[in-house]
Design a protein around this ligand. Structure first.
Ligand code: FES
Length: 73
């Protein structure tokens, strides 16, 4: 799924929980992984349709970072 913010308007990534792309991106920028996104926002815990989009956002962040800290399990 291609994510695009139209003229600064937030887009809902998780319709079930009402979570926008900017909320998720902000958390990812602060180091959140998918598990943390699930725990913090509840993404992927209802219908699950947003899970892949969240994972794509995390992967995109990793590819755009020179260094990406991996937290120990
Ligand atoms: S859209 Fe995120 S759990 Fe349904």
């Amino acid at each position: 799924m291609l994510l695009r913010t139209i003229q600064g308007l937030a887009m809902f990534v998780c319709v079930c929980k009402g979570i926008t792309d900017s909320q998720i991106q902000s958390a990812i920028d602060k180091g959140a992984d998918y598990k943390e996104l699930r725990e913090t926002f509840g993404v992927g815990t209802d219908c699950g349709q947003c899970g892949n989009t969240c994972k794509q956002m995390i992967n995109s962040h990793k590819m755009n970072c020179e260094f990406y800290e991996v937290k120990a399990a």
